[in-house]
Write a protein that binds this ligand. Structure first.
Ligand SMILES: Cc1cc2nc3c(=O)[nH]c(=O)nc-3n(C[C@H](O)[C@H](O)[C@H](O)COP(=O)(O)OP(=O)(O)OC[C@H]3O[C@@H](n4cnc5c(N)ncnc54)[C@H](O)[C@@H]3O)c2cc1C
Length: 397
């Protein structure tokens, strides 16, 4: 028997693949599996990304360790699998992959759980992993009852530590530390950042600044950002969170540089402004109100009033960042089981009968479908390696 603990995307896909080959018992603490998956679907479910091969791999760190895993079950394979279980997908203009229009996230989750059950895996909800016995066998609690799992192999897919209300609390970390496994502290990834917002920006809270570029350290990201109650967030911010985290750790402060007109050079901006009066300048540059407010708020007043450096300033709005938003609000976390603690097959080096997959491992990727892809890829990989380890006859995974 193979036990899988955690009913998110990583655990469910592993159950799907293992169920064709052996008895599979999946334990999930919540009343239903896949709660974070449903939350992920709230703003449009990016289930993977159209990037393939090295283009896909480039979004992951550590990419070296993840290479064989992503190569074995990349975005093409995930889309084919979804299609096979009745969920066709399409690639949006941004490269993100979505379930075909009209298919809701709950239907995707049902299609997955139905297939898992059809293949014979048992899903036990309301069952919580609480630790290990002396023989390093997992202990599961249901209500007031506790039992030890006697499994040939056990795959943990307990998720990271953000959005605790979905069940991904990271509370499992101490149990793994108690068996000698290094669990790195969780930190927010793919999260908003805190900025002291002047009052002039408050009317623009909730408004997006589209088609901008964000520079941070050596990284540049195109996309959009939204002004929030606490600072800024958005798909142009999330990918630079690792750089911001590093700057905050080393210097205690960090900085974003926003280019409000990434398609225009400074020369071109100057040309466009040549015949414009002061009041005509925003229109000449097609700067919308939130962009103009941001420029004004973060350009020293004497420069802004002087106006001669406007072309440079439009492309270099310097925003001091004093913190990342709290971990519970983050889309994902870094930290978790150190990658050095797992073998190539994702089993724990110190306890080879235990495997780990999904966000509970210490890897990172930006939003855009890469997180779910990483969870599905690692779940699929661990399942396949368990099949090999136990010498089970397997269908093609
Ligand atoms: C707001 C938001 C939006 C997102 N949008 C996207 C997106 O569009 N695209 C994308 O790729 N990713 C997105 N993500 C990230 C994505 O949802 C996660 O990376 C992914 O769900 C991780 O899968 P997982 O299986 O590793 O863990 P999880 O989905 O976190 O599942 C872990 C499961 O383990 C269970 N569990 C935990 N502890 C125990 C225990 N002790 N005993 C038993 N069960 C336990 C939990 O209840 C949970 O069901 C988003 C996340 C959030 C929060």
């Amino acid at each position: 028997m193979v036990a899988i603990i955690g009913g998110g995307p990583a655990g469910l896909i592993a159950a799907y693949h293992l169920a064709g080959t052996c008895e599979v018992q999946l334990y999930e603490q919540g009343r239903n599996p896949g709660r974070k998956f449903l939350v992920a679907g709230d703003g449009g479910l990016n289930i993977t990304n159209g990037a393939e091969g090295d283009g896909l791999l480039a979004h992951y760190s550590p990419s070296g360790r993840l290479r064989p895993i992503i190569e074995a079950f990349g975005s093409g394979e995930l889309r084919a699998w979804l299609e096979a279980i009745g969920i066709p997908t399409f690639i949006g203009t941004s490269g993100r992959v979505f379930p075909q229009r009209g298919i809701k996230p709950a239907e995707v989750l049902s299609a997955i759980t139905d297939e898992v059950r059809k293949r014979g895996a048992h899903i036990h909800t309301g069952h919580r992993f609480v630790g290990f016995d002396e023989a390093v066998r997992p202990i599961i609690e249901q209500g007031t009852e506790r039992k030890t799992l006697h499994a040939d192999a056990c795959l943990f897919a307990l998720g990271g530590a953000s959005w605790a209300k979905t069940g991904s609390t990271g509370a499992w970390a101490d149990a793994f530390r108690s068996i000698g496994v290094e669990v790195k502290p969780f930190q927010a990834s793919n999260c908003g950042v805190e900025v002291d917002l002047p009052d002039s920006l408050r009317p623009h809270i909730g408004k997006p600044l589209k088609n901008i570029a964000v520079h941070c350290g050596a990284k540049t990201v195109r996309g959009e950002l939204t002004i929030t109650e606490h600072g800024v967030e958005g798909n142009a911010i999330y990918p630079v969170v690792p750089e911001l985290r590093e700057q905050l750790a080393v210097q205690g402060r960090a900085e974003l540089i926003i280019d409000l007109k990434p398609d225009l050079s400074e020369e071109r901006i100057n040309e466009k402004l040549r015949d414009a009066t002061w009041n005509e300048r925003p229109a000449a540059l097609r700067l919308d109100r939130p962009s103009l407010a941001l420029l004004k708020a973060f350009t020293p007043v004497e420069r802004y009033v002087d106006g001669r450096t406007v072309a440079h300033d439009v492309k270099h709005v310097r925003i001091p960042v004093h913190a990342l938003r709290p971990i519970d609000e983050a889309i994902s976390t870094v930290g978790g089981i150190a990658m050095d603690e797992v073998d190539d097959d994702l089993s724990l080096k110190k306890h080879p009968h235990l495997f780990a997959a999904g966000e509970m491992l210490d890897w990172d990727a930006p939003t855009g479908g890469f997180l779910l892809q990483g969870a599905f890829s690692t779940g699929c990989w661990a399942a396949q390696r368990i099949v090999e380890r136990l010498g089970l006859l397997s269908e093609q995974v």
